[in-house]
Design a protein around this ligand. Structure first.
Ligand code: ADP
Ligand code: MG
Length: 604
């Protein structure tokens, strides 16, 4: 889709969000209309007052009597002023309009802005929901920072735009009301106000286009900055150890400079647009004053009409100017809306097929039947892999790095959809099963241990949200994690991560294993779960794992000889193909790849 079209459809979609809160908006618009009406009323009152005062002044100067009678046509009422007290009363009536404005202003702000904030919350929730259902593939491709900047930066731009949209509705309505009042007062003078409008339109069009394209660049740049920061903060150890601070600083400076450059481009556009806007506005004002005074002097226009008209032009001036500014913010917001809707429209993880079955009472058999899979077309990561893990058995996956071990493991919970063949759990094709019920029976310990910034207790309980304190402690004991947890201050209630306790790699791994134990899944997938450990942690974990593996079907990517030897069967994967399988003894006897790997790794 062309970017222009995209923007248009993004605009319509954003408008649809607004329509969901139509009653609030309708209420808000009603208050705007009332506010505008009260403004017109006050102006009308003031113009009558000026008229009356000038008349009284003339009468008094000529030694006449303090009596003025004024017929007000549109209410067909004759106003009779005979003392200064009557004038004060009249001023009081004008004040009522001003006071009424104060009351309606509150409701106006409340109604308009509550709709805007509801829309923002909805967008944030929808984006996060989307993040949870995006396929793994999406995250392989996109930078985390880029995704994040859509929820942070782009939503904030939308926030400004909702403010602008509201401002658009409000100021637009005001302009309409004021122009209607002008037309009723004097249509000839109104023409002089409107004469500059086409010029306004041309200005907005030209500048709108420029500002839009600059805004898009800025959005992309902010996404880059977010992604960059995210990556560098995570890699701070590497940056420091390779002393690359200067290079990183230089790269960051370039991005920051680019941001500055485009922001200034934007500033220059706005800075030239503003005075032009102002000049056009003043021009129409000058024209109006000039012709109004001409008509007045000629006796073709009363003092009343002239004053009211000039006051109305003054009133309309502010909203018209604001409308000019809104255009620029709206352009920026539309650029962000496009990015947000792009994420919302991204293809989601393939959900359950119609009639998908719920997996219950799983025995835990896993079978790969001629499975082929490629992350990218043409580069197969697994080719025609077949094996069967009977319930309760432990299979070890070994092979050179990059062979496809992690891939094999990730395919079981359907993180990726396979291209050919089938993966069966308890004899049922995993594709015919509800994803959530499939994943419920799977426990996973990944190579990098991922813990959340929360207490030790909550981290453990992530595996089973309704676990009791006893169950949690039980699981920690089974993973040989209870001892060290008890030793840290606050124990299970200690905070992990930022501004909390720092755990060693081995400790974190044991927490992760305890988390998997607590879930008590029928199928356990361990990806090099013990590779990052020191020898003490390793012995502790090894013992914990053996207990854990006994009752479960498990697929273990292993480097430790003991884990491999104890496995019921060993699968050797190289270059995406299953090249050998058998027990430790069988494979050693065969003298193939396994034997070679074994000799290299366990020479001693
Ligand atoms: P192992 O775990 O045996 O070291 P992997 O299963 O991680 O191997 O990788 C198998 C192959 O798939 C490698 O060639 C690797 O480059 C590729 N690969 C792994 N993950 C991805 C991914 N997310 N996107 C694209 N290619 C990938
Ligand atoms: Mg791996």
């Amino acid at each position: 889709m062309a970017s222009e079209e995209k923007k248009k459809s993004a605009g319509y979609r954003l408008a649809r969000y607004f329509l969901q809160y139509k009653y609030r908006l309708l209420g808000g618009m009603t208050t705007t209309a009332i506010l505008g009406g009260l403004d017109v009323a006050a102006v009308t009152g003031i113009s009558h007052l000026v008229d009356i005062l000038s008349e009284i002044a003339t009468i008094m100067r000529n030694g006449g009597e303090f009596v003025v009678e004024k017929h007000i046509d549109y209410v067909d009422y004759t106003l009779r002023i005979t003392s200064f007290r009557d004038i004060a009363l009249f001023v009081g009536v004008i004040f009522i309009a001003v006071f009424g404005k104060a009351i309606f202003m509150y409701f106006h702000e409340y109604l308009m802005n509550s709709a805007a904030h509801k829309i923002l919350m909805r967008l944030r929730l929808e984006l996060f929901d989307k993040i949870l259902v995006l396929p793994m593939k999406y995250y392989d491709r996109e930078k985390t920072g880029g995704v994040m900047s859509r929820i942070t930066n782009d939503v904030v731009n939308i926030e400004q735009s909702t403010a602008s949209s509201i401002s658009l509705i409000k100021n637009g309505l005001q302009v309409i009301i004021f122009i209607a009042a002008m037309l009723l007062t004097s249509w000839t003078l109104t023409l002089f106000v409107l004469v500059v409008f086409p010029a306004f339109a041309v200005l907005l069009r030209v500048y709108g286009r420029r500002i839009r394209s600059i805004s898009r660049r800025i959005s992309l740049n902010v996404a880059d900055i977010t992604a960059f920061l995210q990556e560098k903060i995570n890699a701070i150890t590497i940056i420091k150890s390779f002393t690359r601070e200067r290079d990183e600083r230089e790269r960051f400076r370039e991005m920051a400079y680019e941001n500055y450059k485009y922001s200034m481009k934007n500033v220059r556009q706005v800075a030239t647009l503003k005075p032009m806007n102002e000049t056009l506005g003043s021009l129409s004002m000058v024209l109006v004053i000039l012709f109004a005074s001409y008509y007045f002097v000629q006796g073709e226009m009363t003092m009343d009409v002239m004053t009211r008209f000039i006051l109305l032009v003054l009133l309309a001036y502010q909203p018209i100017r604001t409308l000019g500014k809104i255009h620029a913010t709206m352009q920026k917001a539309l650029a962000s809306a496009v990015r947000i809707f792009e994420l919302l429209d991204a293809e989601t993880e393939r959900r359950d097929r119609p009639g998908a079955i719920k997996l219950a009472d799983v025995k835990g058999e896993i079978e790969f039947r001629n499975v082929s899979f490629a992350y990218e077309p043409g580069k197969p990561a697994l080719r025609n892999v077949s094996f069967r893990v009977p319930p309760g058995k432990t299979f070890a996956l070994v092979g050179p790095s990059g062979g496809g071990k992690t891939t094999t493991i990730k395919l079981i919970p359907r993180f990726y959809e396979i291209d050919e063949g089938a993966i069966l759990v308890d004899g049922k094709d995993a594709r015919e099963v509800e994803i959530s019920s499939l994943r419920e029976h799977i426990g996973m310990v990944t190579q990098e241990t991922i813990l959340f910034a929360d207490t030790v207790f909550e981290n453990l309980r992530y595996g089973k949200l309704d676990a009791t304190r006893e169950e949690v402690v039980e699981a920690a004991k089974a993973a040989n994690a209870h001892r060290f947890i008890s030793e840290i201050s606050k124990g299970y209630d200690a905070f992990i991560g930022e501004r909390g306790v720092q755990l060693s790699g081995g400790q974190r791994q044991r927490v992760a294993i305890a988390r998997a134990i607590l879930r008590d899944p029928k199928i356990l997938l361990l990806d090099e779960a013990t590779s990052a450990l020191d020898s003490e942690s390793e012995t502790l974990i090894q013992a914990a794992l053996e207990k854990l593996l006994r009752s479960k079907t498990s697929l273990v990517v292993a480097h430790r000889l003991s884990t491999i030897q104890n496995a019921d069967r060993i699968l050797v994967i190289e270059n995406g193909s299953l090249v050998e399988q058998g027990t430790h003894g069988e494979l050693l006897g065969k003298g193939g790849l396994y034997r070679k790997l074994h000799e290299i790794q366990f020479k001693d």
